[in-house]
Design a protein around this ligand. Structure first.
Ligand code: NDP
Ligand code: HSE
Length: 446
């Protein structure tokens, strides 16, 4: 077999992930060369501060602040800087100069992905991004390659480790959101600005990437409905557990019929949801991630593992590096992203799901009937109602019932538009003192 020259790899960034990529690359150089059929030569590591402490040892002579010159001498560029700029311009420079690019930058891909994929296609290079969703979990390649012959119908994903860690601690340790977030930050799971995690931006970026791949349709970030976990209360988490559910921040990507035309479209959304305690996603604990996927022929599949962490994420980056290097050895252009289906991306109002609505209502005859009528008038079918009358202990030790009752109403599947109209009507009703919680229920057959 013909000997192939060593491939020159430029690494941009040596933070949590980049430093581990450098360490693994240097440590396993020989073994990787055997798998690739060519040597890998790490020609340099671009950083901002040459003297900053590193999580893993990187030879000082490899460090540089001149990212552009490094890129121009490379066959493969690994972007581990994060954020939109200068990552976007540096990736554009790398692709234009003919290098393949590996990135874990979900914010950049969700915002400028189409532009970068188009550029890669024009120059015959390839953009790899396995680490951008689910950290160490292989999910991009299974969607792009292994499931390319199937039709993915639905994805339910826990794709943000920080929020899963927080919700898990609220449930198991009784922590507040704030104290659980502080620990998640110390453990290095959270983004530099943790609002990206708790407000659902990070999960929405990942949902846009997953939906685009799964449905062969460009799903822009702005089309992803997003709600974070800041409104989730400890009381909701406890009530969910007592009712046989857990609260999870889910990314839901699905095919659905446009309610107006009946034609097939797709939608992507991120929000807290009730998941039955028996569903495989309910057992995803701590900062782990999981993607539960339903495909027409394959049926149900679940991908599970570490969703964040430097060395774990570096595993996915090195997998991409081996793929990119093998492509150099074999030759031929990169494989373009497929958006051939170009399905309409539908708004949140078109989504159909189940709901659990918790109300404080006047405890008097006829109220239940009045509330049931409001649901049915808006086309939302009630599946189950649970009523409880809270009591207080007064000074002489007696238990006295409060004048309001708590109603927990579970619905059959209804559109978001119908549910929103029902909630408005409930809030305006004399019988309802307060709509205290509305949560979507996922992972239950409709
Ligand atoms: P860090 O913030 O830890 O590291 C960023 C690195 O980029 C630092 O080494 C920094 O240099 C360098 N850098 C910043 N700006 C420049 C610049 N202008 N030129 C050259 N170098 C620069 O980020 P992470 O390692 O956590 O994340 C990297 C990417 O991986 C991001 O896209 C992130 O979203 C993604 N990701 C991260 C995961 C994680 O668990 N951390 C999981 C999955 C994906 P210096 O050190 O000198 O300041
Ligand atoms: N902040 C992200 C998370 C890092 O918590 O999942 C991994 O993308």
């Amino acid at each position: 077999m013909m000997e192939y020259r060593d491939l020159r790899v430029a690494l941009l960034g040596a933070g949590s992930v980049g430093s581990q990529v450098a360490a693994l690359l240097l440590e396993h150089r020989e073994e990787l060369a055997g798998r690739i059929g060519a040597g890998i030569d790490l020609i340099g590591v671009a950083v901002r501060d040459l003297d900053a402490p590193r999580d893993a040892e990187i030879p000082a002579e490899l460090l540089t602040t001149d990212a552009e010159s490094l890129i121009l001498g490379a066959d493969i560029v690994v972007e581990m800087i994060g954020g939109l700029e200068p990552a976007r311009e540096l990736i554009r420079l790398a692709l234009t100069s003919g290098a393949d690019v590996i990135t874990a930058n979900k914010a950049l891909l969700a915002t400028h992905g189409p532009e970068l994929f188009e550029l890669a296609g024009q120059v015959g290079a390839q953009l790899y991004y396995e680490a951008a969703v689910g950290g160490a979990i292989p999910i991009i390649r299974p969607l792009r390659d292994s499931l390319a012959g199937d039709r993915v119908v639905r994805i339910l994903g826990i794709v943000n480790g920080t929020t899963n860690y927080i919700l898990d601690r609220m449930d198991r340790e009784g922590d507040s959101l704030e104290s659980a977030l502080a620990i998640a930050q110390q453990l290095g799971y959270a983004e530099a600005d943790p609002t990206a995690d708790v407000e659902g931006h990070d999960a929405a970026q990942k949902a846009a990437i997953l939906a685009s791949l799964a449905f062969h349709t460009a799903v822009p970030l702005e089309a992803v409905h997003r709600e974070g976990i800041t409104a989730v209360t400890h009381a909701q988490v406890v009530a969910a557990r007592e009712a046989g559910f857990v609260v999870k921040l889910l990314a839901v990507c699905e095919r659905l019929a446009d309610p107006e035309t009946g034609e097939e479209g797709v939608a992507a959304r991120v929000h807290p949801a009730l998941v039955p305690a028996t569903h495989p996603l309910a057992s995803v604990r701590g900062a782990n991630n999981a993607v539960f996927l339903q495909a027409e022929a394959a049926g149900d599949l679940m991908f599970y593992g570490a969703g964040a962490g430097g060395v774990q994420t570096a595993s996915a980056v090195l997998g991409d590096l081996v793929s990119a290097a093998r492509r150099h050895v074999i030759g031929g252009p990169g494989v373009a992203e497929s958006t051939h289906a170009d399905l309409p991306v539908l708004p949140m109002s078109a989504v159909t799901t189940r709901y659990q609505v918790t109300l404080q209502v006047a405890d008097r005859p006829g109220v239940l009937a009045a509330i049931a009528t409001l649901f049915s008038e808006h086309g939302v079918s009630v599946e189950a109602v649970q009523q409880s009358v809270p009591t207080v202990t007064v000074d002489d030790g007696r238990e006295v019932a409060l004048p309001t009752a708590t109603l927990v109403i579970g619905t059959h599947a209804a559109t978001e538009a119908a549910l929103a109209a029902t909630v408005d009507a409930l809030a305006a009703s004399d019988s309802v003192a307060e709509v205290s919680s509305v949560l979507r229920v996922e992972g239950v057959a409709s």
